[in-house]
Write a protein that binds this ligand. Structure first.
Ligand code: F3S
Ligand code: F3S
Length: 105
């Protein structure tokens, strides 16, 4: 799966959403999250993020290593909705993201 990491927090550019063929990039309050079971690893989202927040799971920079878990655990209790457009924004963040101070871009 691909992972959205810290540069997305409080920015949410959303260019990535337009590229995803399976609509598996979901919106939380302060960040977007890639669904680990729905992502088909096409990689289309990665180059379009203007702040390079998106990485293949094996390539997430060390300082953001907890973002793999954050993307996976965000969907605890949500399951696999099968499409972000129909789900709409989700009114929560993973605790790792929720605990961050406001990021000014
Ligand atoms: Fe976030 Fe980059 Fe997408 S800032 S919403 S991961 S384009
Ligand atoms: Fe979509 Fe990116 Fe995965 S475009 S299928 S979230 S690699």
């Amino acid at each position: 799966t691909y992972v959205i990491s810290e540069p997305c927090v409080d920015l949410k550019d959303k260019a990535c959403i337009e590229e995803c063929p399976v609509d598996c990039i979901y919106e939380g309050k302060r960040s977007l999250y890639i669904h680990p079971d729905e992502c088909v690893d096409c990689g289309a989202c990665e180059p379009v993020c203007p702040v390079e927040a998106i990485y293949y799971e094996d390539d997430v920079p060390e300082q953001w290593s907890e973002y793999y878990k954050a993307n996976v655990e965000f969907f605890d209790g949500i399951g696999s909705p099968g499409g972000a457009a129909q789900t709409g924004p989700i009114d929560k963040d993973h605790p790792v993201i929720a605990a961050l101070p406001l990021r000014v871009h």
